[in-house]
Each structure stands twice: as C-alpha cells, then as structure tokens.
Design a protein around this ligand. Structure first.
Ligand code: NAD
Length: 267
C-alpha cells in the first residue's frame, strides 16, 4: 500500500481526532500531502501535522466549520495555497447530540444536520468545483478527483435515541450516490465508508469499561472493536487507482456489524 498516493494532495475534515486522524495518517503514509481540518482543537491538529512531518510527509492544520459555506470555501483555498492542487477529499466531520425523541430539542436536531449532512454536502460541492476548475492530472491519478464520505452502519441500521444522527447517515448514502451519478461522467469518483464500532472519542461510553466492551462485542461478529487505522486502510484503497472502477459504493468496514448478529446463535 506504500506510496500509492505519492504526488497527491488530500484534505480531511475533522482530522484532529479519531477516524479523521487515522485516515490522515494513513493517506500520508501512502505518500499524500494532507490538510488537517479542525473545528476547535488546534493543538490536536498541530500534533497530527507534527507526526506526519516527523515521518517525512507534508501537512498543514486549517480551521473551518464544515457547516458554513464561507469556511469551506476558505478551507479549500488555503489547502491549495499550502499544498497545491487537491486530488482527494474526505468528508469526515460528524457529531452526535443524542436524546430520546420526546426530549430532542430543535437545536440538537439542527446541529447534527448542519455538521453531518450540510457539512458533507458543502465539502463535496467545493471538492467537485475544485476538481473541475483544475482539470486532469493523469500523472498522479486516473480519476479527475476522489471524494470519500464518512457514513456509518447507521445508514442502514436504525438507532433509537439517535434519530438525528441516523437520519444524517441515511441522507449521506443518497447524497453520495446522487452526487456520484451526477459527476462520474467528469471522471470524479465518489464513494463512502460506513464504519462500525471504531474506538474514538465519539463513542467512548461504548468501549471504555470491560462491561461496555463486552456488550458492544455482542453486536460485532468479528469480536474486536475497530481502530481508526482500519478506516485509514480502507480510505487509502478508495482514494487510489486500485479502486478506479469503484463508483458510488458504500464500503462497510464494520467487523460484520451489518450481518444481523442476533442470528449468530439462533439456529
Ligand atoms: P470524533 O468525535 O473523534 O471526531 C469528529 C471530528 O469531527 C472531530 O475532529 C471534530 O473536531 C470534527 N467536527 C465536529 N464538528 C465539526 C464542524 N462543525 N466542522 C469541522 N469539523 C467538525 O469522532 P469519530 O468517531 O472520529 O467520527 C468521525 C466520523 O466517523 C463521523 O462522521 C462519525 O459519524 C463517523 N463514524 C464514527 C464511528 C465510530 O464508531 N467512531 C462509527 C461510524 C461512523
């Protein structure tokens, strides 16, 4: 997998933490220069940049709120200024604001929609505009550009107590597929990754005690929690020419979580 992305520039939203960091590090190991977008934690973003540069790579940390069109436009401009033409965009930022439906406030609903769904729309839109503006770079990639949307197993698994989050992930599936259909003729490849349970701050309650982890494993046929690196490895493949004929697909990286694990011993 080494050096499959040499000469390419990637932008990863929400890369100061969790899956975004894992993806940014994996892309850098594969040879890409990487823009590390963060929302509020500049220190974590700087640490990711330092890790990449210490390994001989190129990276820059850039603040932006993906739910704000002006921020997203500025993010792309600054990435280009710092690292050159952009080839790969990972729309990864996401939040949870959980509540039972009867208690969910309109603020909780809107916050999750704004970051998870509007944020991915704005990021993908800016990426498409940028790829079309700069034209082909056949020396580094067969595609005009690659976009990966970070979805979730909850694009197909309903999730009580998280209707705002599940609604955005279901929405991302159709956003991704409709965009992929629209821009594939321009040789822009858009796909999604649907992680299962990955060990990150967003779901700390689900893995930080042995009891919680044991309960979680009942949902995972492969019987291990996922790591950010698992998603990073999938992202490198989806961003490289090895997946050049993969268009408009969601790749589930979930240890089998979507295999109806309740049926495991229901013989
Ligand atoms: P995380 O909380 O560690 O990371 C979320 C990132 O999004 C952070 O870097 C945060 O700064 C950023 N972010 C939040 N609001 C933002 C905004 N307005 N603008 C820009 N960035 C913003 O969680 P994670 O687990 O790494 O989640 C990353 C993505 O993976 C999310 O889309 C999440 O839904 C998805 N996902 C995670 C899991 C899991 O098990 N961890 C499973 C399925 C899907």
């Amino acid at each position: 997998m080494q050096n499959k992305l040499t000469g390419q520039t990637a932008l990863v939203t929400g890369a100061s933490s969790g899956i975004g960091t894992g993806v940014a590090l994996a892309l850098a190991r594969a040879g890409a220069a990487v823009a590390i977008n963060y929302h509020s934690n500049s220190q974590s973003a700087d640490e990711v940049v330092a890790e990449i540069t210490a390994g001989g790579g190129r990276a820059v940390a850039l603040q932006a709120d993906v739910g704000q069109p002006e921020d997203v436009a500025r993010l792309f401009e600054k990435t280009r200024d710092a690292l050159g033409d952009i080839d790969i965009v990972i729309a990864n930022s996401g939040i949870q604001r959980d509540a039972a439906v009867v208690d969910m406030t309109i603020e909780q609903w809107r916050a999750v929609l704004e970051t998870n769904l509007t944020g991915q729309f704005l990021t993908a839109q800016a990426a498409i505009r940028e790829f079309l503006r700069r034209g082909p770079r056949p020396e580094v990639s067969r595609a005009l550009g690659k976009i990966i949307c970070m979805s979730s197993v909850h694009e197909v698994i309903p999730w009580a107590g998280h209707v705002n989050y599940a609604a955005t992930k279901g929405g991302i599936a159709m956003l991704m597929r409709s965009l992929a259909q629209e821009v594939a003729p321009h040789k822009i490849r858009i796909n999604a990754i649907a992680p299962g349970a990955i060990r990150t701050p967003i779901n700390k309650d689900a893995w930080s005690t042995p009891e919680a982890l044991e309960k979680l494993m009942k949902l995972v046929p492969y019987k291990r929690i996922g790591e950010a690196e698992d998603i990073g490895n999938a992202a490198v493949w989806l961003a490289s020419d090895d997946s050049d004929y993969v268009v408009g697909t969601t790749l589930f990286v979930d240890g089998g979580m979507t295999l109806y694990p309740g049926f495991e011993d229901n013989g």
